[in-house]
Write a new protein. Structure first.
Length: 386
């Protein structure tokens, strides 16, 4: 039995449909679902009083350990969040701003990343400067350099464009930001779990990521990487018991000792079920799938799809072949993306559209088979059936 066939046995969703929308939600492995059900069943039968918070704290530390291994960073640099947007807000609200400070960002950011910027513009008088991502690395860097200035405090960029699937040169962007004494925040929503990223070897200061996409966890879980060197620049915005040092050192007149790690940016302990589910998903991918296999599989399937689409008349591919991770986006001549997505859904094929650009977005995971790609291509090659 091929490895992919063995992997697929653990993902019911990929056996009941042609599941090509990992970039929205990754499929849940059976081990995660079973463990979540066990936790809920125990809470139903015995309540949530006996050892709940101790178990939750243990599970969260185990998640932190798994993420530290994946991204090759110290556990002390990881704060657990509920989403990418949560992590971005921690950064935008934790930096100390002055009127006239600049934030430079790209034209391909998700609204979840842009809204925190807009709030700082309205609240603090921040100047927002946008630059357009180029088709090549050098073109992108040239446009970024034209946008930054001595007033630039932060550069915000996506690891992978959620629209086009283009993999941005985040390592060089972060290095260039530092040359201008600016910090760099990366939206990792479409990169984390889709390809290797050794964060500790980069100049990236902040990297926000979700658990429910390429990392196959439930929704409501995520993380924020805060580079050790950048931590003194980032104040706490939210605070709670989770933010404090181990022994809860505080006084009634307002003095307290926060955790001496990125855990200071956490503020509460909630949702044991989801954290248990994500922990099991991370363990499953690391042990049963293998991260090397997962990343090579994702890259290979996206490359196969892209190459085949280039040969289909009337199809325009927007994802650069040499700058991609898992997403492939395309447009069909005279056929709207919404129509393609609807026709695919009627045939049990799950993809999505990017309405603002009328793109069809496909995001295969490591659990997809070549037959899944062929099934979608057979539909695209017959535009008269759409």
């Amino acid at each position: 039995m091929a490895h992919v066939d063995n992997v697929r046995r653990h993902f019911a969703a990929v056996r009941t449909s042609t599941y090509l929308n990992t970039g929205t939600f990754g499929a849940l492995p059976d081990t995660a679902v079973e463990r979540m059900q066990q936790v809920l069943d125990l809470q139903f039968r015995e309540g949530r009083l006996q050892g709940y918070f101790g178990q939750l704290a243990t599970v969260r530390e185990q998640v932190r350990e798994q993420l530290a291994n994946l991204f090759r960073v110290p556990e002390s640099t990881l704060a657990l969040t509920d989403s990418t947007t949560h992590g971005i807000n921690v950064v935008l609200n934790g930096l100390l701003w002055h009127e006239g400070d600049e934030i430079v960002f790209t034209n391909t950011e998700h609204q979840g990343g842009m809204m925190p910027l807009f709030i700082q513009k309205q609240r603090q008088g921040i100047v927002l400067k946008q630059f357009e991502v180029g088709r090549t690395v050098e073109e992108t860097l040239q446009r970024m350099k034209a946008a930054v200035s001595s007033r630039t405090r932060l550069v915000v960029v996506s690891h992978v464009s959620y629209e086009t699937g283009q993999r941005l040169p985040i390592e060089r962007i972060a290095r260039t930001a530092h040359e201008y004494s600016a910090l760099c925040l990366v939206d990792g929503a479409q990169g984390a779990g889709a390809e290797w990223i050794d964060l500790a070897s980069t100049d990236i200061d902040f990297y926000a990521l979700p658990g429910q996409k390429w990392l196959c966890g439930p929704d409501g879980v995520g993380a924020l990487y805060v580079r050790e060197r950048a931590m003194p620049n980032l104040e706490m915005t939210f605070g709670g018991a989770a933010s404090l040092m181990e022994n809860h050192p505080r006084t009634m007149n307002g003095y307290f000792l926060p955790a001496d790690s990125a855990r200071r940016y956490e503020y509460t302990f909630v949702n044991l079920t989801n954290w248990v589910g994500w922990l099991e998903s991370l363990r499953f991918i690391r042990v049963q799938v293998g991260w090397d296999y997962a990343f090579s599989r994702i890259h290979g399937l996206s490359g196969t799809l892209l190459d085949q689409l280039l040969d289909v008349p009337g199809v325009e591919v927007f994802t650069p072949r040499d700058s991609r991770a898992g997403i492939v986006s395309f447009r069909m001549k005279d056929i709207s993306a919404a129509r393609v997505v609807a026709a695919a859904a009627e045939r049990g094929i799950a993809v999505r559209s990017i309405p603002q650009h009328d793109l069809v977005r496909v995001s295969p995971g490591f659990y997809n088979a070549e037959d899944d790609i062929d099934r979608l291509l057979s539909l695209i090659r017959r535009p008269e059936s759409l």
